[in-house]
Design a protein around this ligand. Structure first.
Ligand code: ITT
Length: 197
């Protein structure tokens, strides 16, 4: 079955596609579904925003839609940037500006206090009103300098081992341990169950 992925983030879509593909679920982009829209994320939790995005696209298309709301929660910043991760550096935010802002916010914070986690909440909304979600988390440490150039977002600063960031490991390795990989691993069997009901 084909599902519309309610995201305007092409790098997130790429990850979604390759993970869902491994579960035999076909992901259709908003562009392929001929949908052009900006959805306002008015929620204060990953769960709320994930539902808002999936519901909006399901309503617009009349087809089941899947959304991911994700972000980085940094211990020393009281869980920030959290649901505001994409917009952390304000108007015109880019991955580079967000990473710079994060490094500046953590200036002087020692390595042992730079713990963080990535969170992903994946929601599926069906046209008949049913919905469900799964949540995945991945612990790591915010480094003192970026490393690697694959992936997206905060990947170059997110250390998952002594010398490894999400941007320096391969995509298979990232998917196996990432917040999104974990959320989708729980999501796939639940989706099969919902499709049978
Ligand atoms: P959509 O809402 O259109 O899906 P978005 O990028 O605005 O796109 P979110 O609101 O969920 O999506 O924000 C997620 C942000 O969290 C993302 O832009 C990155 O800055 C960060 N992020 C999430 N997952 C990440 C990952 O796997 N690697 C690096 N950064 C990630």
């Amino acid at each position: 079955m084909r599902f519309i992925i309610a995201t305007n983030n092409q790098k997130k879509l790429k990850e979604f596609r390759r993970i869902l593909d491994s579960y035999g679920i076909e992901a259709v982009s908003l562009k392929e579904a001929d949908i052009e829209t900006e959805i306002e994320e008015t929620g204060t939790t990953f769960e709320e925003n994930s539902f808002i995005k999936a519901k909006a696209i399901c309503d617009l298309s009349g087809q089941p839609a899947i959304a991911d709301d994700s972000g980085l929660a940094v211990d020393a910043l009281g869980g920030a940037p959290g649901v505001y991760s994409a917009r952390y550096s304000g108007e015109g935010a880019t991955d580079e500006k967000n990473n710079q802002k994060l490094l500046a916010a953590l200036e002087g914070v020692p390595a042992e206090e730079r713990g963080a986690k990535f969170v992903s909440v994946i929601t599926c909304v069906f046209p008949d009103g049913r919905s469900f979600h799964t949540r995945g988390e991945c612990p790591g440490v915010i480094g003192l300098a970026p490393k690697g150039d694959s992936g997206f977002g905060y990947d170059p600063l997110f250390y998952v081992g002594e010398d490894k960031t999400f941007a320096s490991i391969g995509s298979d390795e990232k998917d196996a341990i990432s917040h999104r990989g974990k959320a989708l691993a729980d999501f796939a069997p639940l989706l099969q169950q919902y499709l049978k009901e």
